[in-house]
Design a protein around this ligand. Structure first.
Ligand code: PGA
Length: 244
């Protein structure tokens, strides 16, 4: 049976226009790949439209339009036919000081425009060291999902991304990931009444560890950063997780 997992490539702020055109030549499929989402730098999105996979954006602003120099609104992204948006990535939280409250506004506005929202949460190394992981994840979930109507929950995917695992070549153990996903599902059920929210894992996913990570029983997919900017590497990850 074909797996229903979603594989999302977060290219972050990488690659030149020339490198993107090389990437596009290599990143090819014979059949449509509805479970593959690629999130390039926003300037390159037009090159990725009409490809046999989905496109997402790495960030959006919650207002519809107006004098917000440099920002991109959900309505603008929706007008391109894009279906996925990443919200609350730890790099947005850390470098651009996005708060749970800012992220909550983005979640609500993106859902209103019909997006599937990939909401990133995760603890830092320091929080993990202080045994605060559960508390941090709960706080992020409750704040970022505040006032979200429960009928939208099927359009939300939580990406559990421990900050210390991002770009570090270190991942939690399979059991740690499985237990944390279970914990996240439990919080969403307890506080929002939504059963079985989809939870992905992200943080140093690559072609070497994907076979192993793919064994996690309750994971709904993977958010791939560094490994997604190398087409061959990303194709291997997709081969293991999505294709039969
Ligand atoms: P990484 O990044 O795969 O390079 O660790 C993941 C992410 O930041 O989403």
């Amino acid at each position: 049976m074909k797996s229903e997992k979603l594989i999302v490539g977060n290219m972050k702020m990488n690659l030149s226009a020339t490198e993107i055109s090389e990437y596009l030549k290599k990143f090819q499929f014979d059949d449509p790949q509805d479970q593959v989402v690629i999130c390039p730098s926003a300037v390159y999105i037009p090159y990725f439209l009409k490809q046999p996979y989905k496109v997402g954006i790495q960030n959006v602003f919650f207002r519809d339009k107006g004098a917000y120099t440099g920002e991109i609104s959900v309505s603008q992204v929706a007008s391109l036919g894009i279906e996925y948006v990443i919200v609350g990535h730890s790099e947005r939280r850390i470098y651009f000081k996005e708060s749970d409250q800012d992220i909550n506004k983005k979640v609500i506005s993106a859902l209103k425009y019909g997006f599937t929202v990939i909401l990133c949460i995760g603890e830092t190394a320091e929080e993990k060291g202080l045994l605060k992981t559960a508390r941090v994840l709960k706080r992020q979930l409750l704040n970022c999902l505040r006032n979200v109507d429960t009928h939208y929950f099927s359009k939300i995917i939580i990406a559990y991304e421990p900050v210390w695992a991002i770009g570090s070549d270190v991942t939690p153990t399979l059991m740690e990931i499985e237990e944390t996903i279970q914990y996240i599902k439990g919080i969403v059920l307890q506080y929002f009444g939504h059963e079985d929210i989809r939870v992905m894992y992200g943080g140093s996913v690559n072609s070497k560890n994907i076979e192993e990570l793919n064994q996690i029983s309750n994971v709904s997919g993977f958010l791939v950063g560094g490994a997604s900017i190398r087409a061959e590497e990303f194709l291997k990850i997709i081969e293991v997780t999505v294709k039969k």
